[in-house]
Design a protein around this ligand. Sequence first.
Ligand SMILES: Nc1nc2c(ncn2[C@@H]2O[C@H](COP(=O)(O)OP(=O)(O)O)[C@@H](O)[C@H]2O)c(=O)[nH]1
Ligand SMILES: [Mg+2]
Length: 196
Amino acid sequence: MGSAHSDSPAALFIAQKILIAGGFGSGKTTLVGAISEVRPLRTEEVLTTASIGLDDLAGVASKKTTTVALDFGRITLGQSLSLYLFGLPGQERFSFMWDELSYGALGAVVLADVRRLGDCFASVNYFETRRLPFIVAINCFDGAPRYDAQEVRVALDLAPDVPVTLCDARDVASVKQVLIALVQAISASRARSSRT
Ligand SMILES: Nc1nc2c(ncn2[C@@H]2O[C@H](COP(=O)(O)OP(=O)(O)O)[C@@H](O)[C@H]2O)c(=O)[nH]1
Ligand SMILES: [Mg+2]
């Protein structure tokens, strides 16, 4: 994506596509809904017995719905940057959609729940393999054990240039910090590639 449009020559407005990934129940739909300045597009379906054995509800027992296609929202940062947020469906059985939804994205946030850290391995691998800049945001659920960013970095075997941050997916200010960290990571990654 990456379209630039302006009303006047001085005002360069840039829109970029960002992905929100992570395991089932890690808070992707919540994050997009918390931050979006447009009514978020959701494709939630009520969890039914058909998903028993497929969707692991351990640790997210209160979860009543699941995203079956994508979440979509938009946030403007500063005067000139809009981020279009595409939440990828978390379950690996929907991973066939990740390539389609990732097309043209500049970077990604991988949301992690420390009680189910393994659920974000697939997303981490996906972005590492495609060399798409990403950050890991640990969604601090009430009652979940607290680990610092370094412990999560080691557990996920992340490269040193992948930022790890803590967040609350329900909180606008916290989500904004996550997106700013991602934009900085994307800039740093571009600066590194232009040097090589
Ligand atoms: N306590 C707490 N609950 C959260 C947080 N983020 C999401 N939830 C809840 O966790 C459940 C799963 O979140 P959801 O956004 O649907 O996860 P998704 O499967 O990644 O889209 C929902 O019931 C949310 O209300 C958070 O930061 N703290
Ligand atoms: Mg969802």
